[in-house]
Design a protein around this ligand. Structure first.
Ligand code: MLT
Length: 311
């Protein structure tokens, strides 16, 4: 009886507006990605999917809220490498288990990070940056989206590779970090490429390195960290969609199918490519591929992060 009822409800899903929690401030990479996902679901599932920004504590406040929501498909999370794989490295009492408390739906995009400095920062490449940062570390302010966010993780890898411990200044997302950098209050940040792309292009901030092996087609003149001799600074976080665990399988399947359809659309692929994303190939889409990615990224990065954080 109960199974039948659940089945019927799952069949009607979605029968009303669905909330997508984005665990960071509006206007940044997580928010932009979450809104692309909301648009895909709204168009393919015939109901409104609305983004709710729940920022704070490196995305873990929003992720916790999603983990504890009713497992009925009406509250889902657009999370990422930090909230859904690595947060437990930073928070001993996280309140949720990134692997056990979420049912993965699918990978949305991966974006390499950029090292971005304020316009008048006295360095124009990674070598000059390292020299200046080593001599002036105690004066530097690094902006990030909270402990465990991907902007925090990226700069943790960078700072530990060059042996500095500057002040790490938390915000609720990297959109407010960028505003603070434009105001001259923040010296540098490490953010997925889409976060600062337009300000880099406008010349209002400077991108010194792509934290990857290959350059970004969106910023072909910016050399990679590998080219500039700092391969430890390598960070291309995934963004993906998750439901609270226990969400009925037919609902997970519907969401996964809609996401897959959306990611196959030319307009969506162009939008993501214009933001500097690596497009997710069909064999990497869906719940199983995302579950595998969460596991492999946790296994790969946990020891590196613990070493970088000196734990
Ligand atoms: C944001 O959207 O603010 C960032 O992607 C969050 C983060 O750095 O993890």
């Amino acid at each position: 009886m109960l199974a039948g009822l659940t089945g019927a409800r799952a069949q009607d899903y979605p029968a009303r507006t669905v909330t997508i929690i984005v665990p960071f401030a509006a206007g940044g990479p997580a928010d932009i990605t979450g809104r692309i996902v909301a648009d895909i679901f709204s168009r393919h599932l015939g109901q409104k999917f609305v983004v709710e920004n729940v920022g704070g504590a490196g995305g873990t406040i929003g992720a916790l809220r999603a983990a504890r929501a009713a497992a009925d498909g009406y509250t889902i999370l657009s999370g990422h490498l930090g909230t859904n794989a690595l947060a437990s490295a930073f928070y001993p009492n996280l309140g949720y288990d990134p692997r056990k408390d979420f049912a993965p739906i699918g990978l949305t995009a991966e974006y390499p990070e950029l090292l971005v400095v304020r316009k008048d920062f006295p360095a124009s490449n990674l070598k000059e940056f390292v020299a200046y940062a080593r001599s002036n570390a105690s004066k530097l302010n690094v902006g990030h989206a909270g402990l465990g966010s991907v902007s925090y993780i990226g700069c943790l890898l960078l700072n530990s590779a060059i042996g500095i411990k500057p002040a790490m200044v938390p915000f609720t997302g990297t959109a407010p970090v960028l505003n603070a950098m434009l105001a001259g209050e923040i010296d540098y940040e490490c953010d997925p490429v889409l976060g600062t792309l337009s300000q880099v292009r406008a010349g209002n901030v400077k991108a010194l390195a792509v934290a990857a092996k290959k350059r970004s087609p969106m910023l072909p003149d910016v050399p990679t960290s590998h080219e500039q001799g700092l391969p430890e600074f390598d960070c291309a976080p995934f963004y993906g969609v998750f439901a609270p665990s226990g969400t009925p399988q037919p609902i997970i399947d519907k969401l996964a199918e809609a996401l897959n359809k959306g990611l196959s659309e030319e307009s969506v692929q162009k939008r993501l490519a214009d933001l500097g994303a690596d497009i997710v190939e069909p064999n990497r889409r869906g719940p199983k591929a995302l579950a595998d990615l969460v596991k492999s990224e946790s296994d790969r990065l946990m020891p590196i992060l613990k070493a970088a954080a000196g734990k």
